[in-house]
Design a protein around this ligand. Sequence first.
Ligand SMILES: NC(=O)C1=CN([C@@H]2O[C@H](COP(=O)(O)OP(=O)(O)OC[C@H]3O[C@@H](n4cnc5c(N)ncnc54)[C@H](OP(=O)(O)O)[C@@H]3O)[C@@H](O)[C@H]2O)C=CC1
Ligand SMILES: O=C1O[C@H](COP(=O)(O)O)[C@@H](O)[C@H](O)[C@H]1O
Length: 520
Amino acid sequence: MSTGSTVLDTSLSNVSLGSSFPEERDTEIENEVKCLSIIVLGASGDLAKKKTFPALFHLFQQGFLQETDVHIFGYARTKLSDDNLRERIHGYLSNKSSSRQTEVLSRFLQLIKYVSGSYDSEDGFQLLNKEISEHEISKNSQPGTSRRLFYLALPPSVYPSVCRMIRRYCMNQSDLGGWTRIVVEKPFGKDLKSAEDLSAQLGELFDEQQLYRIDHYLGKELVQNLLVVRFANRFFLPLWNRDNIDNIQIVFREDFGTEGRGGYFDEYGIIRDIIQNHLLQVLCLVAMEKPVSLKPEHIRDEKVKVLQSVLPIKLEEVVLGQYEGYKDDPTVSDSSNTPTFATVVLRIDNERWEGVPFILKAGKALNSRKAEIRVQFKDVPGDIFKCKKQGRNEFVIRLQPSEAMYMKLTVKKPGLEMSTIQSELDLSYGLRYQDVKIPEAYERLILDTIRGDQQHFVRRDELRVAWEIFTPLLHRIDAGQLKPISYKPGSRGPAEADELLAKAGYVQTHGYIWIPPTLD
Ligand SMILES: NC(=O)C1=CN([C@@H]2O[C@H](COP(=O)(O)OP(=O)(O)OC[C@H]3O[C@@H](n4cnc5c(N)ncnc54)[C@H](OP(=O)(O)O)[C@@H]3O)[C@@H](O)[C@H]2O)C=CC1
Ligand SMILES: O=C1O[C@H](COP(=O)(O)O)[C@@H](O)[C@H](O)[C@H]1O
């Protein structure tokens, strides 16, 4: 089946191609031929093994990281040899065992070195710098041309000391196109003040252009598709507003609990873990105005504007939940008030969205795993077919699993009778793009950092407004003024959340279920 792609070749396999919008982006594709050191700090941890190293491996497999230029360093406190680290991550890199795969995997693993040290140790970072420099010299890199990418796969508490150490001991010269970039993970702070303090500390050490605040939802295929769908299609331009849209849901569900991350999660909770970052970023792309161009700063300017238009959250438009058994985890306090589920209604006070609720919902240990955006349209005036009760038009963007976009609409039920039925126009990616392997979010975002493209990363002012929106609510939860409602693992979450949804205006379609089409 043809992919129908005529203008933009977004293939990831052609290194020289670079960006899909070459004339629009300020990227640094030409630098991809120079010596590159990728340093994963926190290499012994969960994110590193599950996401960072696999993403690097996929980039290597596709030719984006070349043995001739690249070296990868793991750094953490745990005492490990190079081979110990390789063994730890090996199982997460590939499940195929063709001889070609095995050979590529073994070449990739040979690029990895491990340095052990603490996050405030001068000796540790001096040793790290020595290893990186030796690699650069071995590649005949000219001073001032080499690139150093530091990926902080670490708890945010150690960001300031790690950044100080990098600044003091591990910077390279950058006068001939070389650079030092720092990727920091979320959660970036715990509230407005702590995030601002952290931003100020990092801001003293690095320029904004050197800092990449990663939110991996911005690397998901259908999230990246949002601006294209909204602004490259005549269909949507006139409909995307308060005149036509009744309500919008942005939903994240997981069918498993905190699973070994209880200690971390209990300190943060579902709003800081998912809603304040992943879902709010998606909201920005759904609700923002058309940017002047695709330049990262133009896009991020619009994201900031829409966030600034969000009204203070009303407590009656919040439902919190905690799944039964959450506190059985020994790393979670017996008196924990941390929500593992939340539904929060946000209201955007601007010309396009006044009166349209944006319902952000996220939960762990629910009955399914999925993330989607559900845009529900208003009723059709003048219901001559008496079909109103069957359900409203909806445009659903399924971010995962089974990426898809489908439009629920009313059609004549096929047959002799004149009756109506709910059906769908369906673009299921698995079916439509059979030959395309959708890249992992981290893979795409790490490539962006190498290219110097900050479009899909969170700017400091964006982060500040995001915290401004949620901090008053979070402080009330932290102070125990709001209590989560208990819900059964494997359920839809508290029934009160569905009541809030209905109150906000969402009308459920009964008797209709979208089933992702399959090839057989
Ligand atoms: N895991 C995931 O799925 C996701 C994680 N993230 C974010 O990525 C970052 C890393 O997450 P993750 O890998 O799960 O975290 P881990 O708890 O696995 O920590 C990573 C490494 O940091 C070191 N470390 C852990 N706790 C401390 C501490 N209190 N002080 C100093 N060092 C410590 C440990 O290495 P050592 O002891 O060897 O030094 C550990 O191996 C976090 O900011 C997290 O929020 C974001 C999205 C998803
Ligand atoms: O950032 C996080 O995301 C994961 C979910 O990521 P996904 O890409 O699988 O949807 C979540 O499990 C984790 O709690 C959170 O920290």
